[in-house]
Design a protein around this ligand. Sequence first.
Ligand SMILES: Cc1ncc(COP(=O)(O)O)c(C=O)c1O
Length: 230
Amino acid sequence: MRGLSGLEPIARQHGLKVISDSAQGFGTTLNGRHPLHWSDVQTTSFFPAKPLGYYGDGGAILTDDDALSSALDSLRVHGKGKDKYDNVRIGMNSRLDTLQAAILLPKLAVFGDEIEAHNRIADRYTDALRSNALRVPTVMDGVVSTWAQYTIEVPDPTAFADALKKEGVPTARYYPRPIHMQTAYEHYPIGAGGLANTEDCIDKIISLPMHPYLSEADQDKIIAAARTAI
Ligand SMILES: Cc1ncc(COP(=O)(O)O)c(C=O)c1O
């Protein structure tokens, strides 16, 4: 961690590590730097719907801390020690399937181009859809987003989705219930005010089709359908 984040002093004060969960944002940069520059550990997911996805379940943990890397490597394979038949800690079976890993290699080679394509599409959507009746997403100065989703805010997402469906355009409402409102977390304390911004947008957000191979003709069809709907 190299002091880029306001979280760092808080983490240091309390003896905590900072983890960047990049499952939805692997490839994202801030002022040209990846999250590992301001966190101790970066994680990502290779689930098919993710920016760098393959055809099954899996993920990766990145760190430049040698001791942590070696502990994680051991935990990944049943807690192995130097001798693989002597487990030195309680671990798990978290091996990445070799065939799936092979699929990642050519995908990694085009990953940078795919991020650029995502950004071109997001810019086209944003330029065409910015209006009073529809709130488009923004990114912080200096950030390159990977646009895992392109999510907008509309007054009535159900009516919006129905209208787009009639034009043959699919939409999705990801994560309709935020974690802090899910049953498993109902007994955990919630800070004053809850998560006001999250709670405010739950019933307004909906995502448009977004993948790097979306043709301009399809983008135009999506834009036209969204404009008609609002
Ligand atoms: C931000 C974030 N972190 C972690 C995960 C979990 O990834 P996985 O299902 O590969 O464990 C997800 C999945 O949607 C996610 O969106």
